[in-house]
Design a binder for this molecule. Structure first.
Ligand SMILES: CC(C)(COP(=O)(O)OP(=O)(O)OC[C@H]1O[C@@H](n2cnc3c(N)ncnc32)[C@H](O)[C@@H]1OP(=O)(O)O)[C@@H](O)C(=O)NCCC(=O)NCCS
Length: 194
């Protein structure tokens, strides 16, 4: 049985048994939510999206068109998955060798954004509020608030929770120009202080 609360599922979308989908979530045309997924409140699942068995999405996760979220992926609240970005879950796939018991997990932290057409190689963690540039190929874990771009993805700076570049002063402090939130850089880690 699937637990559907007050959600909107387009008639062309399919939701398999065993899913739990939170209030306010919308699932658009031609998308397929496979068995036993847990999807939080107020998510948007775009067009032509596949969510594989057992995937967990937090609240307010925005999934743009043409994304496949494979088994082993967990996305925390407020994650943004850009159009046609790609997850993976087998590191050395072979059609003739079954590796369903070797899926590597991918965790995407709260508030992180993944740009259009980016690829996330499995077994890595995307830290909270990290920003993955369009077309990047992520082969290593990404720290919280880090911006990475390119193939392979390389560190290109720090960004705020509102998605702006953070420029740290001599006291290792930076202010987000939009929110006014203040950040500190300590031992190569960014912490929000206000
Ligand atoms: C990575 C990103 C956040 C950087 O934005 P920004 O801080 O405004 O960066 P700039 O445009 O000033 O670019 C800085 C440099 O990085 C390069 N660059 C920017 N984005 C890049 C990317 N995705 N991949 C490779 N290089 C990139 C620029 O060419 C520029 O290089 P240069 O200094 O040699 O001229 C942005 O370009 C991006 O990719 N956003 C994701 C967009 C997206 O996928 N949205 C999905 C929803 S529609």
């Amino acid at each position: 049985m699937t637990t559907l609360e007050i959600i909107s599922v387009h008639p062309t979308a399919v939701v398999d048994d065993g899913c739990s989908i939170g209030n306010g979530t919308r699932i658009w045309h031609f998308s397929h939510i496979m068995s036993d997924c847990v999807i939080g409140e107020n998510c948007s699942i775009g067009q032509n999206v596949v969510v594989s068995p057992g995937v967990v999405l937090g609240r307010n996760v925005k999934v743009q068109n043409n994304v496949s979220i494979y088994t082993g992926v967990v996305c925390d609240d407020d994650v943004f998955l850009g159009p046609s970005m790609v997850f993976t879950n087998v590191i050395n796939p072979r059609s003739a060798v079954v590796r369903k018991d070797q899926f590597r997990a991918t965790y995407v932290g709260r508030g992180a954004s993944i740009g259009a057409n980016a690829t996330i190689v499995c077994g890595n963690e995307i830290g909270p509020y990290a920003m993955i540039g369009a077309g990047a190929v992520v082969t290593k874990s990404v720290p919280a608030y880090a911006l990475v771009i390119g193939n392979p993805a390389r560190f290109a700076g720090w960004v705020s929770e509102y998605g702006h570049r953070l420029h740290f002063d001599a006291d290792h402090r930076a202010i987000c120009p939009e929110s006014g939130q203040e950040y500190r850089l300590e031992n190569d880690r960014v912490i929000r202080v206000h």
